[in-house]
Write a protein that binds this ligand. Structure first.
Ligand code: FAD
Length: 254
């Protein structure tokens, strides 16, 4: 067991944790980042192109994350691989102990939890059952499986719209199920314009998906018009859910 006390232990080595590490280490605080994966970078590791980071016109997610990591290391941040599973406070609350699944304990004056988010689920029938067999939460990860097939996207925010446009590189057709009135997408103008101009995308307005239906794989979704209450069935090979994210629970956060 290593009893080194850190000024700051950061749980999670995604862009949030890496930014915190840079600031903390540069402030000459003894800083440790604990990342459960072999590589730092979090969700950005699954992003092929990042275009909205000031000063970087375009870079791949992994390449940019390498730069974030190097930047934090440059100022002295240390890194270890491990899964933080609980956090305890000393009686006076001043000392924090992070317990790793691997058995090691880390002492710190401050702990920053930067464990990211996970996709929000709708909790509808079929969603859990078909996860990985027609229900997906990541276009970058799964788009290729749907080459020349027909898919449904649930959601209307920036992620839903941008990921839909990305998916059209692969799929035959894509139906966006949007809960709002016609013409209302919660995405920025560039994303909206790209989606409207894309011939593969059609929109089902005032609608939500209430069930995912199939046998071995997804075959259809049940769509409900939220204004009229009318339900209909739409044949599809896959459903991509982009209805937001929620903080990722870890042992430490409870
Ligand atoms: C496909 C895709 C494309 C995207 N494209 C863009 C884009 O173009 N531009 C943009 O700005 N954003 C984009 N994003 C969003 C961006 O990736 C996220 O906003 C960002 O990664 C969030 O950073 P984070 O550090 O908060 O969390 P995460 O990136 O989720 O990092 C959390 C880290 O914590 C680690 N962790 C979790 N629990 C523990 C634990 N108990 N112990 C140790 N480690 C733990 C995880 O392994 C992970 O590495 C995209 C996301 C995806 C999935």
């Amino acid at each position: 067991m290593n009893n080194t006390e850190y000024d700051v232990v950061i749980i999670g080595g995604g862009p949030g944790g890496l930014s915190a590490a840079l600031y903390s280490a540069r402030a000459r605080l003894k800083t440790l980042v604990v990342e459960e994966k072999r590589k730092t970078g979090g969700q950005c590791l699954t992003t092929s192109e990042l275009e909205n980071y000031p000063g970087i016109i375009k870079d791949s997610g992994p390449a940019l994350m390498d730069k974030f990591t190097e930047h934090a290391k440059h100022f002295g941040a240390e890194f270890i691989q491990g899964h933080a599973q609980s956090l305890t406070l000393s009686e006076n609350g001043l000392q924090k102990t992070v317990q790793l699944k691997e058995g090691r304990e880390l002492k710190a004056k401050s702990v920053i939890i930067a464990t990211g988010t996970r996709p929000r689920v709708l909790g509808i029938p079929g969603e859990k059952e078909f996860a990985g067999r027609g229900v997906s939460y990541c276009a970058t990860c799964d788009a290729d499986f749907y080459t020349d097939l027909d898919v449904v996207v649930v959601g209307s925010g920036n992620t839903a719209v941008e990921e839909s446009v990305f998916l059209t590189r692969y799929v035959n057709s894509l139906t966006m199920v949007v809960i709002h009135d016609e013409g209302h997408l919660d995405a920025d103008r560039i994303a909206r314009e790209q989606a409207y101009a894309n011939e593969k995308i059609t929109f089902l307005w005032n609608s939500t998906v209430t069930a995912i239906i199939g046998d071995e794989l997804v075959e259809a979704v049940e769509v409900k018009n939220v204004k009229t209450g009318a339900c209909s069935r739409l044949a599809t090979n896959g459903v991509f859910m982009f209805v937001g994210t929620v903080p990722k629970p870890t042992g430490c956060c409870r």
